[in-house]
Design a protein around this ligand. Structure first.
Ligand SMILES: C[S@@+](CC[C@H](N)C(=O)[O-])C[C@H]1O[C@@H](n2cnc3c(N)ncnc32)[C@H](O)[C@@H]1O
Length: 263
């Protein structure tokens, strides 16, 4: 996934609206910081911080004077994050601070987009202090694992992507990153001196949340990339008229926690 579509005010605004309306990223972030055993006194680096969902979950567990360093390369997302978390103990950066190490280095909902996974894990592992933890979260579907059906007449939530695909307005993804799997991720941790333990958490993804998430330009690019981003909400609204809004499905999130093995 290119950073280009994330670095847009419309994306940042829609991400904030999505987060105000739905608890997907908030709950996934809480599960990640719990899995990473973040607690008072930890120096935490939050990689690909978005608009601050993961950092806010960290603050719920950190001590009163602890500060989260949040790194977000997209200026648009970072500015929205800064605005949304003003006055809180979050230090926003466009890149990791040089020469510093952290007790916890975490990355919520982004690892697959940042580059070849072993390189990305390698870069983050260099920022982990001795005895520290490196933890990432991602939907298990991005590891090629199927989600369980939920409820309603569209219990896999396939109607929306099927209707969008039928428009034939898609654009193949430009990134040539190999697909992720649990094995590849485990290897990436191991190659960089960490042993990975995985636990999962399960969220309910509603049709409305899926529709609102699909309104994010970086997300709908694959299915609507031949249209202008500003024209896409109208297409989505038309398709939404035929969706069963009572439908929902389970969404499993993988919480991958690395502790030092051979470093
Ligand atoms: C789905 S958001 C997750 C944000 C946050 N961690 C959360 O849990 O809400 C993905 C983030 O990854 C960042 N991102 C995507 N592709 C990137 C790239 N190639 N390089 C750096 N950051 C990238 C985006 O700017 C975005 O903030």
């Amino acid at each position: 996934m290119s950073l280009f579509l994330w670095n847009h005010a419309v994306t940042a605004e829609r991400y904030r609206l999505f987060t105000d309306r739905h608890d997907r990223y908030r709950l996934a972030a809480r599960a990640l910081v719990e899995a990473a055993a973040i607690g008072p006194g930890h120096r935490v680096l939050d990689v690909a911080a978005g608009i601050g969902c993961t950092a806010l979950a960290c603050l719920e567990r950190l001590g009163e004077t602890d500060v989260v360093v949040s790194v977000e390369a997209s200026g648009a997302m970072r500015q929205e994050g800064e605005r949304r978390t003003r006055g809180l103990r979050i230090a926003w950066r466009s890149a990791p601070p040089e020469g510093q190490q952290f007790d916890r280095v975490i990355c919520g909902a982004a690892i697959w987009a940042l580059g070849p996974v072993s390189e990305v894990i390698g870069g983050m592992s260099n920022l982990v202090a001795p005895g520290g933890i490196l933890a990432v979260s991602l939907p298990a579907a991005y590891l090629g694992e199927a989600d369980e059906p939920g409820g309603g007449i569209d219990p896999h939530l396939t109607a929306l992507p099927s209707a969008l695909a039928a428009l034939n307005l898609g654009k193949p993804p430009d990134a040539a990153l190999p697909p992720l799997s649990n094995t590849r991720l485990t290897q990436a941790f191991r190659e960089n001196g960490f042993s990975m333990a995985r636990s999962d958490t399960r969220l309910r993804l509603t049709q409305q949340a899926y529709l609102d998430w699909m309104a994010l330009p970086p997300v709908n690019e694959t299915l609507l990339g031949q249209t202008r981003p500003e024209d896409r909400p109208a297409l989505l609204a038309r398709i939404a008229e035929d969706l069963d809004m009572a439908s929902w499905r389970w969404e499993r999130w993988a919480l991958c926690v690395g502790t030092e093995a051979t470093r």
